[in-house]
Design a protein around this ligand. Structure first.
Ligand code: 3VV
Length: 177
């Protein structure tokens, strides 16, 4: 269900939280993944595998690739204007992904039942039409903002709530700022 106020296809989605491991611009240990709105309930994203992301010599760690798909799937929130977190995520690793690869990721919702959002993502190498190196099926569960406020460590929650940047403050706690 694409929300009527969802960002137009092609719009950059930006980080939901500046310290997010997946998308946060100020997270020095993060993936710095960038995502854009797609048609319907879909998003595209790009992520470059860096030397810090290795498992085997010169190859991406599987958990890092899963994180990149998880983050992209999480960005579907912006298209639906709801907040949902990963309940379950199953990844298929089809090809080894060398350091330096730019992964072209697509994610889309396949079904919704109550609070459950079923969704899928693929990561391709060598361009948006390249071979699928990694793919994931996931179940996201809709939550209220209290999920973060009640469970997050107090110092980060306070810092995010007191962020002097109003837009950043709103994005950390809302999906429709
Ligand atoms: C400091 C500021 C930052 C704030 C940010 C604010 C918002 C910003 C915007 C957007 C954020 C997006 C972030 C993107 C990041 C990428 C995505 C992630 O990595 S998220 C992190 C990893 N995930 C978790 O940490 C979840 C931990 N799990 C839980 O908290 C609970 O288990 C939760 C909420 C998922 C479900 O708990 P229940 O008590 O609310 O609901 P129940 O009744 O258990 O489940 C509801 C339905 O879902 C099914 N379900 C739940 N888990 C399932 C599972 N693992 N497998 C199959 N079904 C499952 C259940 O069977 C039930 O189904 P039936 O309605 O009965 O049909």
């Amino acid at each position: 269900m694409r929300h009527p106020d969802a960002p137009a296809p092609g719009s950059p989605l930006g980080a939901h939280y500046r310290m997010c491991f997946g998308c946060g611009e100020d997270q020095q240990h993060g993936l710095h993944l960038k995502a854009w709105a797609g048609e319907g309930v879909s998003v595209t994203a790009r992520f470059t595998v860096k030397p810090a992301h290795q498992g085997a010599p010169g190859l991406a760690h599987g958990g890092i690739l899963t994180s990149a798909l998880d983050e992209t799937l999480g960005s579907l929130n912006w298209l639906m204007h709801i907040i949902a977190v990963t309940g379950r995520l199953e990844t298929d690793f089809l090809l080894p992904v060398p350091v330096g690869t730019e992964l072209h990721i697509e994610a889309w919702a396949t079904a919704v039942h109550g609070r459950k959002i079923y969704c899928t993502a693929t990561g391709r190498m060598g361009g948006p039409g390249g071979p699928v190196a990694v793919r994931a099926d996931a179940l996201f569960i809709e939550v209220q903002v209290e999920h973060f406020i009640e469970n997050g460590r107090e110092e980060e929650i306070h810092a995010a709530m007191e962020d002097p940047d109003q837009v950043r403050r709103a994005r950390a706690f809302e999906v429709n700022p």
